[in-house]
Design a protein around this ligand. Sequence first.
Ligand SMILES: [Zn+2]
Length: 248
Amino acid sequence: MPEGPSLVILRELTQSFAGQRIVTASGNSKIDKSRLEGQRIVALRTWGKHFLIELRGFSVRIHFLMFGSYCINERKDKPVRLALTFARKRELNFYTCAVRYIEGSLDAQYDWRGDVMSDSWDAGAARKKLRGMPNVLVCDALLDQNVFAGVGNIIKNEVLFRIRVHPLSKVGALPARKLRQLVEEARRYSFQFLEWKKAFVLRKHWLAHTKKVCPRCQIPLTKAHLGDTNRRSFFCERCQIRYRRRPA
Ligand SMILES: [Zn+2]
């Protein structure tokens, strides 16, 4: 699943479409595509894992789900969910994604402070949200898009390994210093992810995700589907501490 940093890459790749007029809109998405034809793109934005094509008075929201993908100025040999064409043979194609309209202003509907990749990211607000969910497991909290929009499973595994927190720790049991680290690392690692992904060296920097041996302890990592989110976790039972009780 594309995580927040991958969406930032898409946003950067599509910036030249801002100001362009959509000539045709097609694809197997059920939205009323005729509404898009003739519309000029105001801006291309992202919030977490949402790609947002902002038009005058409404927007298209694209969510790439588990296997979504896109093609810019070329096409794949598979059914397209939404295809937009522009002058001079330019086009944007989206596959295996969820497409819907958002009416009105995006600023009224999105809290940009909750997006780990946003200039408006607010770490204090994230900590406050976390303090309001003490019984949630940290592996679920990191994937909660209301707290960490853009964080996906890779970021979850890498952040927990880097701050030495066991995925089954409860949020409310984390000492204040660890809670702060969790929030800071979620953003810091997301930007490292972006840099490494752009340089095609993301996997090389994985310390825990899909790995078999703990690089700190040289013992096997544990792999398990954990939490309500039931996503793959890779972690070390020795150096990642499982916080169980609320600190005194
Ligand atoms: Zn270890």
